[in-house]
Design a protein around this ligand. Structure first.
Ligand SMILES: NC(=O)c1ccc[n+]([C@@H]2O[C@H](COP(=O)([O-])OP(=O)(O)OC[C@H]3O[C@@H](n4cnc5c(N)ncnc54)[C@H](O)[C@@H]3O)[C@@H](O)[C@H]2O)c1
Length: 343
């Protein structure tokens, strides 16, 4: 039996990773440590095998709570926990610095204290900033850091503390950087679930600026498989970029989703652009493909079809997120979140 410690496993990507592990690594069991912020949703873990999955509510920046939950037999920590929404970081960066940087350092310290063998940091292409609009440039693992939003800056800082733990303390670390994910169970403040859920209700779909920003979209389960490949086969200290080579302009995404749902383009409403909005992201995943043997299984067309189907079939999930019932449920289960003093 292999025991892994996942943080942020009640969120969008973390819960997809939990499902992947339970399905494909029958000998593994999971401790899932999550603070259940507004983005954490126990509904995302509905139906998971309770015998191999232990949920602990806790804050990664709370050293005592992390040490109490982290067993000495833990083979790896996979750190998904983060404040993840750029718009929120523009309104206030405090929680981003606290969770994304201090929380990561606490986990690294705990990994050393409990002799955890491997630490995987789930990061983002946004640490590398924005690419010029011409189609020739791609991010690689060697692209310089150039974070443009408080979110991206906090994730870049987190990568630096991971690197420092590897260099100074010889902790076995791997970092993954991925482009924009879409798929089931994504909180509907992010572009694709917002589009789908608004359009399904005949509500207007907001598009930032001129809608020409380019994102490299990847289906969430492909990202989860990439993280598993990095955990199992990544070189110590290495970074791996994951993208599906599916760069698209935001407006193309909106039109494609409206067409799939049979909804009119008159639902589109252009809104004031996000401050400092990165223009273009695109990822070259050659290293992940050659060293990890990873490649995405879904195309944009197959992935978005699955995604739309999931939202269409899970009206209850959407309703509970939209009306806050999911939060009432965990307040009842776990009470108010405990926040510890920062370092
Ligand atoms: N969504 C994307 O497109 C994308 C792309 C690349 C990388 N990432 C990275 O992947 C990770 C997961 O992203 P996501 O989209 O699933 O995010 P999410 O916002 O859906 O989930 C984040 C989870 O972390 C938990 N969390 C937040 N603060 C915490 C704390 N202090 N202690 C413990 N748990 C806490 C939340 O409750 C939630 O369950 C993040 O690190 C993010 O930076 C996301």
């Amino acid at each position: 039996m292999k025991h892994i410690f996942i943080t942020g496993g009640a969120g969008f990507i973390g819960s997809a990773f939990v499902r992947l592990i339970l399905a494909e690594r029958p000998q593994w069991h999971i401790t899932n440590f999550d603070a259940l912020t507004y983005a954490g949703n126990l509904d995302n873990l509905d139906g998971v095998d309770a015998a191999r999955h232990r949920f602990v509510r806790g804050d990664i920046a709370n050293r005592e709570a992390v040490l109490a939950a982290l067993d000495t037999d833990t083979a790896a920590i996979i750190n998904f926990a983060a404040e993840s929404h750029v718009d929120r970081s523009i309104m206030s960066a405090d929680e981003f610095l606290r969770t994304n940087i201090i929380g990561t350092q606490v986990l690294l310290d705990a990994a050393r204290a409990k002799n955890v063998k491997r630490f995987v940091q789930v990061s983002t292409d946004e640490v590398m900033g924005s690419l010029p609009e011409d189609d020739a440039a791609f991010f690689t693992e060697d692209s310089p850091f150039a974070p443009n939003s408080p979110y991206a800056a906090s994730k870049a800082a987190a990568e630096h503390v991971v690197r420092a733990a590897h260099h100074t303390h010889h902790l076995d670390t791997v970092t993954t950087r991925c482009g924009n994910n879409y798929g089931a169970r994504q909180f509907p403040e992010k572009l694709i679930p917002l589009l789908i859920t608004n359009a399904m209700n005949d509500e207007s779909v907001p598009v930032y600026g001129d809608g020409q920003n380019v994102r490299d979209w990847i289906y969430v389960d492909d990202h989860a498989r990439g993280i598993l490949a990095a955990l199992e086969r990544g070189a110590s200290g290495a970074t791996y970029c994951f993208g599906a080579r599916e760069p698209r302009r935001n407006i193309e995404i909106v039109r494609s989703i409206l067409a799939s749902l049979g909804k009119p383009e008159s639902l589109i409403t252009y809104v004031t652009d996000r401050k400092g909005h990165d223009r273009r992201y695109a990822i070259d995943s050659t290293r992940a493909e050659t060293e990890l043997g990873w490649r995405p299984l879904e195309t944009w067309e197959s992935g978005i079809a699955k995604t739309i189907r999931w939202y269409a079939d899970n009206a209850k999930w959407i309703e509970r997120v939209r009306d806050g019932a999911y939060q009432a449920y965990y307040q009842q289960q776990y009470g108010a979140p405990s926040r510890a003093p920062t370092l």
